[in-house]
Design a protein around this ligand. Structure first.
Ligand SMILES: Cc1ncc(COP(=O)(O)O)c(C=O)c1O
Length: 427
C-alpha cells in the first residue's frame, strides 16, 4: 500500500531532506509530510486517500483552486502547439500586456521562471541603471534565494532558524543592508534600491504601517535610489493592481510570480521603461532564460488573470475576512492568545495577544511554540496549513463558506490541544 511514510522514505534517499523546497519540510513542526496524489478546487488528497482542505495552495501560486478547468484546458491547448521554442510567442506578449495594463506605473515587464529570478534580476537592473551597489532589504522579508537577498530572510530561512545561508560568500551580502520592517531607513547616494514586500507575507502577515510605503518612496527619491516592490505574493492576489495600486505608492520596479503563472513556473520583473532599457539586448545589463515566457506558463497565467475580475477579488477578501474572524474567535475562545491579521485575501496567524508589526515581534510570537501543536491538530482534522509558522494562509476562490467554517470548527478543537499542551508540565 502506498503510504506517506513510504514515499517520504524513498524521497529522502534521492532528494536532500526529502523535499525540493525546504518550506515543504516538516522539520519545524515534526511528523512526516503528506505526499500529494492530486488536488481539486480547495482540496488535496494524499497518497493514502486522505482529503485535506488546502490553505497552502502552492504558497499562493494557485488562486482559482487546484485543477480548475479554465487552467487545465489552457495548458492542454498550449501544450498541443508545442511547449517551448526559444523564439517569441504570442502568449508572452499577451501576459506582459495584461500585467502592464493592470498595474499602474508598470510600463514594461520581462518574464522569467520564478520569483527568485524576478527579484535577483530586478536588483541587477537597479544596480546597472543607477551604477550603485548597495541594496536595502527588510528583516523578515523574503525575496527568493539569490545570494545577495539571503540575509534577514523570512519564510523557510526563518522557520529553520538560519541567520542567512551557508554557501553565500560574505562579499555577496556585503552590499546588502538589512533594516527593520515598518521603519523608514536613512538612505544615502550609495543605495541602488530598496526592495520591500509591500505587504509582508513571509514573517507571518505584517501589514505596512500607515505612511511606511510613502516614506520609502520619499526616502528613495531624495537620494536617487529605486524603490522595488516584491509583489510575488501580493501581485494579482490583493487585486489586479496588487499592493502598489492598493497603497497608491508607485515603485520604480516590481517583482511578480506565483498567481501570474496559474500554477506553472513563472516570474516577472517590470517597471519604468527607462530603467528597463538598461537590459540586454538594448542595454548593458545581462539577463536571460531558456524557458522565460514559456507558452504553457503564459497560457495558464492568462487563463487565471482573465477569469478573475474585480468582483472576484471582493469575494476573495470576504472569504478571507470570514476565515480570519472565525479563527480569531475560535482560538481565543479556547483561551489561547491569538492575533489573526488579514489584508485583503491574505490571512496570518500569530499566537500573540496583539498586532505584530515587525520580524522581532513575529519571532517572539513563534517562540511561544504553539504553532507545531496547532499545525498537527489541524492536519489531523483534515486541514492543511503550511508546515512553518512564518507562512500565511491562502484562502482562494475555490474555498466555499462551508470550507471556511470547517476550518474554523477544526481550529476551535485544535486550540484546545494547544492550550492543553501549554498547561502540561512538558509544555
Ligand atoms: C515575496 C516573495 N518573493 C520572492 C519569492 C521567491 O519566489 P520563488 O519561490 O518562485 O522563487 C517568494 C517565494 O515565496 C516570495 O514570497
Amino acid at each position: 500500500m502506498s503510504t506517506n511514510a513510504a514515499w517520504f522514505e524513498r524521497a529522502r534517499r534521492v532528494i536532500p531532506g526529502g523535499v525540493d523546497s525546504p518550506v515543504r519540510s516538516f522539520a519545524s513542526v515534526g511528523g512526516t509530510p503528506y505526499t500529494v496524489a492530486r488536488g481539486q478546487g480547495a482540496y488535496v488528497w494524499d497518497v493514502e486517500g486522505r482529503r485535506y482542505i488546502d490553505l497552502v495552495q502552492s504558497y499562493g501560486a494557485v488562486l482559482l483552486g487546484h485543477a480548475h478547468p479554465v487552467v487545465t484546458d489552457a495548458i492542454g491547448a498550449a501544450a498541443a502547439l508545442g511547449s517551448t521554442f526559444g523564439a517569441p510567442t504570442e502568449g508572452e506578449v499577451l501576459l506582459a500586456e495584461r500585467i502592464v495594463s493592470s498595474v499602474p506605473g508598470c510600463e514594461q515587464v520581462r518574464l522569467v521562471s520564478s520569483g527568485t529570478e524576478a527579484a535577483m534580476s530586478a536588483i541587477r537592473v537597479a544596480r546597472g541603471f543607477t551604477g550603485r551597489d548597495r541594496i536595502v532589504k527588510f528583516d523578515g522579508c523574503y525575496h527568493g534565494h539569490a545570494d545577495m537577498l539571503l540575509a534577514g530572510g523570512g519564510s523557510g530561512v526563518a522557520t529553520l532558524g538560519l541567520p542567512g545561508s551557508a554557501g553565500v560568500p560574505a562579499a555577496a551580502v556585503a552590499d546588502t543592508l538589512v533594516v527593520p520592517y515598518n521603519v523608514v531607513p536613512e538612505l544615502d547616494e550609495r543605495v541602488a534600491c530598496v526592495i520591500v514586500e509591500a505587504v509582508a507575507a513571509n514573517m507571518g502577515l505584517v501589514a505596512p504601517a500607515s505612511g511606511f510605503l510613502e516614506g520609502l518612496r520619499r526616502a528613495c527619491d531624495a537620494v536617487g535610489a529605486l524603490l522595488v516592490f516584491d509583489e510575488v505574493i501580493t501581485g494579482f492576489r490583493l487585486s489586479a493592481g496588487g499592493a502598489s495600486a492598493r497603497s497608491g505608492v508607485t515603485p520604480d520596479l516590481w517583482c511578480f510570480g506565483k498567481v501570474i503563472g496559474g500554477g506553472l513556473p513563472v516570474g516577472a520583473f517590470g517597471g519604468r521603461a527607462d530603467v528597463l532599457a538598461a537590459l540586454a539586448p538594448d542595454g548593458p545589463v545581462y539577463q536571460a532564460g531558456t524557458l522565460s515566457g514559456n507558452p504553457l506558463a503564459t497560457a495558464a497565467g492568462l487563463a487565471v488573470l482573465e477569469a478573475v475580475g474585480p468582483d472576484r477579488y471582493a469575494a476573495l477578501a470576504a472569504r478571507a475576512a470570514r476565515l480570519a474572524g472565525g479563527l480569531e474567535e475560535a482560538i481565543a475562545g479556547a483561551g489561547v492568545p491569538v492575533h489573526v491579521p488579514v489584508v485583503g485575501p491574505l490571512v496570518g496567524l500569530f499566537f500573540a495577544p496583539g498586532p505584530v508589526t515587525s520580524f522581532a515581534g513575529a519571532r517572539a510570537a513563534v517562540a511561544g511554540g504553539h504553532y507545531p501543536v496547532f499545525f498537527a491538530a489541524m492536519l489531523e482534522r483534515g486541514v492543511a496549513l503550511a508546515p512553518g509558522p512564518y507562512e500565511v494562509m491562502f484562502p482562494g476562490l475555490a474555498h466555499s463558506d462551508a470550507d471556511v467554517d470547517a476550518v474554523v470548527a477544526a481550529a476551535a478543537e485544535a486550540a484546545l490541544e494547544v492550550r492543553a499542551a501549554a498547561l502540561s508540565p512538558a509544555g
